[in-house]
Design a protein around this ligand. Structure first.
Ligand SMILES: [Fe+2]
Ligand SMILES: [Fe+2]
Ligand SMILES: [Fe+2]
Length: 394
């Protein structure tokens, strides 16, 4: 897996939080890249522009009210928009991006006269173009769009000239259409350097996703962190691949980021909504495959399966590793309050585990290993990376 492709998948994920048909960051990426190209940026500069654009609004990911504000954006209210810009900049830094990327993201809502970043100025212009573009009733009325933005007098004059040159070309606007924007951005990524994702970036992405998927569900306080603590313990006891279990547990609920926020606020679920919730396994599988987490994807797909073949979504008997993750998922959930029940005591959990063994719900070795784990320790285990991600969003 290469870095820009991984960032593109993160971008798709955060775009989708705004709604099924939202392509904001991908469009901003395409627009920003073309402005930079028109300004004769070299490959290194173009790469920084693309990275900045793909991540520029990632800070809205964990906060529904921010996503709501984003949907009904009042563009002249730059002050209030700076909050998510700073958070997105911090996230970019956590992902070990170049300092120019962080600075550009921090300043992506700052008009030209106060904007000290060249890439920040490009993002500011591209962001405004995208917002104006999506409010067009006729997607081909681009002359009106350029005129409307020009009257604002908020942009770097050279950059605006570059935009005008690009805006003359129909193919530029055709690329922004829903059917073409992903291909258009992928074509750009293909032209840029393909750096391999290193372990540091991989780890940062895993923790970022873990924190995001916990934040999106109101009652998931550190849920995937608990799943991880249990899974890794089980992995050591059973001689399984603890690294894969560690990542798979933290990534286990990435699919929740594709489910509408309101679903998790419902006190009870009807059949239709329950089917939507179940889809987090399948959604997670495909997102992780695209991100290059092959082994983790397989486990995440099966984290609600059991030996009765009545789990979901594949109705198969899980092998040991998948069974460890599946059992960790259940135990971590019953350790916490849910809107429809209170948390179970540790004694009750042990009783339940013995019952699981009687009915052969999971491999008996996995259940025996689970019975040896001190749940109080699981609750208390701190994780410096998780804490670090949490701080980014304060
Ligand atoms: Fe923004
Ligand atoms: Fe934006
Ligand atoms: Fe799940």
């Amino acid at each position: 897996m290469w870095v820009n492709k991984l960032l593109f998948e993160l971008c798709r994920l955060s775009d989708s939080l705004e709604g099924e048909d939202a392509f904001h960051q991908r469009r901003v990426c395409y627009i920003a890249y073309n402005i930079a190209k028109e300004l004769d940026f070299d490959e290194f500069g173009l790469d920084l522009v693309v990275k900045s654009a793909l991540l520029h609004d990632i800070g809205i990911l964990t906060d529904e009210s921010k996503v709501e504000m984003f949907r009904n954006i009042i563009y002249e209210d730059y002050e209030s928009l700076n909050g998510h810009a700073v958070i997105s900049g911090r996230v970019a830094r956590f992902l070990n991006m170049h300092l120019d990327v962080t600075l550009a993201i921090n300043l992506h809502h700052t008009p030209h006269e106060n904007n000290t970043s060249i890439i920040g100025n490009i993002l500011f212009l591209a962001d405004n173009v995208e917002i104006a573009y999506r409010s067009l009733t006729n997607p081909y009325a681009y002359d009106d769009l350029v005129e409307f933005l020009e009257q604002k007098k908020l942009f770097d004059p050279n950059m605006f000239e570059a935009l005008k040159n690009i805006a003359r070309k129909e193919c530029f606007w055709f690329s922004l259409l829903e059917d073409h924007i992903d291909d258009a951005v992928c074509e750009i990524l293909d032209r840029l350097p393909k750096e391999e994702v290193d372990d540091k970036l991989k780890n940062a992405v895993v923790y970022l996703i873990s924190y995001m998927s916990d934040s999106i569900v109101p009652f998931y306080d550190k849920y995937t962190l608990f799943v991880k603590n249990i899974s890794v313990n089980l992995g050591y006891k059973l001689g399984l691949d603890t690294k894969v279990l560690h990542n798979a547990a933290l990534l286990s609920h990435i699919g929740n980021l594709k489910i509408p926020y309101d679903t998790f606020k419902m006190p009870s679920l009807d059949e239709e909504t329950y089917n939507v919730v179940k889809s987090h396994t399948f959604e997670g599988y495909h997102i992780l495959k695209r991100m290059g987490f092959e082994k983790e994807a397989e486990l995440v797909l099966l984290h609600h399966e059991n030996n009765t073949k009545e789990g979901y979504p594949c109705k198969v008997k899980p092998e040991k590793e998948a069974a460890a993750l599946a059992l960790a998922t259940i135990v971590a959930a019953i350790m916490q309050d849910r809107p429809y029940r209170v948390a179970r005591s540790d004694d009750k959990i042990r009783e339940g585990l013995k019952n699981f063994k009687d009915i052969d719900l999971f491999d008996s070795e996995v259940i025996d290993a689970m019975l040896e784990i001190d749940l109080e320790k699981v609750r208390k285990t701190e994780d410096e990376y998780y804490t670090a991600v949490k701080k980014l969003f304060i």
